[in-house]
Design a protein around this ligand. Structure first.
Ligand SMILES: Cc1cc2nc3c(=O)[nH]c(=O)nc-3n(C[C@H](O)[C@H](O)[C@H](O)COP(=O)(O)OP(=O)(O)OC[C@H]3O[C@@H](n4cnc5c(N)ncnc54)[C@H](O)[C@@H]3O)c2cc1C
Length: 400
């Protein structure tokens, strides 16, 4: 907790001024702390000219020997209906490098029902060990069963790092695991590396609305937990003769009980290719000007077999559905070709397209930031350029 040394405090109010959480108020020339609002960020401690503030972290600062008891890197293998999610392969590729840097084994945790054969896929993508937890209760997803089981395994085995996909499933149950284990979690990381001096996992992610990249560490607690969105890292090719240890794990019956009963799972039927797997994406931005003009994007997309994406401005305007939004609060994509039509290139959009191989920007403003990232740029009005592209492609293909 944050403590005020009343003998030193002069009631200058600097701490009150810098506290973003309204947790300090100067009362009768003494700083008074609202402990419920205090996030222990320490900004006030650094600011106080009289050194009157201290953070007492209680047993928060765990002994280095406790931290040393946690070893190894884990990847939570996400599967649905027996199919591994692509993010699992991508995480294994990244985690392999982290495990090598630490000199520790890489373990994949596979929870599901009748999914044993997927264990060899995990082995061929870099896992040294695969822990398979196979029970009927894992046939459908529930936070409780998956979360409590992962927390149980982590307590038993004490991994140093746990990585999971920032998918709808991961976002749902991984925070529960972090809470149960009383450790930190950094969501939506875009880069992960090891700080050699103290084996800390450096977890980088956009912060403050995407205006800066923050590198976060979890110095006093284990495991260090992070989620990563699909398509941020590249999967490594499979090896042909994997040599992983595959272990079937038995867990206590009570972990399989849940207050939630899944009655039915229904898969959403989207029209055209899905954004996250699309090789070509044509994105509509505010520069499309109105909903009617989206037809220009749709015509080009149909000709090129492309998926249609949107900036937040285009989804907020109701021109395209929210699921089409690309960027920080939308999906991350990594197509071979991305064409931005009337998209300015705000940082919150760009963080979602950095994995694209070729970026084409069409914008009437030659100073639009997207041109700085683009492989090719076309300065012009989308209402002129898009019909010209359609005409040219049709001519090349001999379509009238
Ligand atoms: C916390 C937070 C999260 C966010 N998350 C996301 C996100 O996930 N995804 C996202 O996209 N945004 C996100 N945003 C919003 C983001 O900051 C931008 O406001 C948004 O990306 C802008 O969309 P845009 O490029 O379509 O529109 P604008 O920035 O308005 O750009 C429109 C562009 O079109 C050009 N133009 C206009 N008319 C024409 C024409 N006739 N022909 C050619 N070009 C033309 C203009 O020159 C301009 O460059 C987020 C913002 C915040 C604060």
């Amino acid at each position: 907790m944050l403590e005020v040394n009343v003998d030193r405090c002069i009631g200058c109010g600097e701490c009150e001024e810098v506290c973003s959480f309204g947790a300090i108020a100067v009362n009768h020339d003494i700083a008074v702390v609202d402990q419920d609002s205090c996030t222990m960020c320490g900004t006030c401690v650094d600011t106080c000219p009289e050194d009157a503030l201290t953070l007492e972290r209680g047993d928060d600062t765990r002994k280095a020997s406790d931290l040393d008891a946690w070893r190894g890197v884990w990847v939570v293998a996400e599967q649905r209906n027996g199919e591994l999610a692509t993010v699992t392969y991508e995480l294994l590729g990244k985690a392999r490098g982290l495990a090598d840097d630490l000199g520790e084994p890489l373990t994949a945790i596979l929870m599901g029902h009748e999914i044993g054969e997927r264990a060899t896929d995990l082995a061929s993508h870099g896992a040294d060990r695969v822990l398979v937890v196979d029970y009927p209760a894992f046939a459908t997803f529930t936070d409780e069963v998956f979360g409590n089981t992962l927390a149980y395994l982590a307590r038993q085995e004490r991994p140093e790092i746990i990585l999971a996909g920032a998918t709808s499933m991961g976002r749902s149950f991984i925070p529960r695991v972090a809470t149960v284990l009383e450790t930190g979690l950094t969501a939506d990381c875009t880069e992960l590396s090891i700080r050699k001096e103290d084996r800390a996992l450096l977890q980088t992610r956009p912060a403050f609305g995407g205006n800066l990249m923050a590198t976060i560490v979890c110095p006093n607690h284990r495991p260090q937990m992070a989620t990563v969105r699909p398509h941020v890292f590249k999967a490594q090719p499979a090896t042909t003769s994997p040599t992983a240890e595959i272990i079937n794990v038995n867990i206590p019956e009570e972990l399989l009980k849940s207050k939630v009963k899944v009655i039915e799972s229904v898969q959403e039927q989207a029209e055209g290719p899905g954004l996250t797997d699309a090789e070509i994406i044509i994105t509509a931005g505010r520069g499309m000007e109105n909903k009617k003009n989206i037809a220009l994007v749709e015509e080009l997309a149909e000709l090129m077999g492309a998926a249609i994406g949107a900036s937040r401005a285009a989804t907020d305007a109701g021109w395209l559905p929210e699921r089409a939004q690309i960027g920080q609060t939308g999906v991350t994509v990594s197509p071979k070709l991305y064409i931005g039509c009337g998209v300015s290139g705000a940082i919150q959009h760009i963080v979602g397209i950095q994995g694209a191989e070729i970026i084409v920007a069409i914008n009437k403003d030659p100073d639009a930031p997207l041109f700085n990232l683009a492989t090719y740029g076309i300065v012009g009005d989308v209402k002129v350029i898009l019909p010209l592209l359609v005409k040219r492609i049709k001519r090349e293909r001999g379509i009238a």
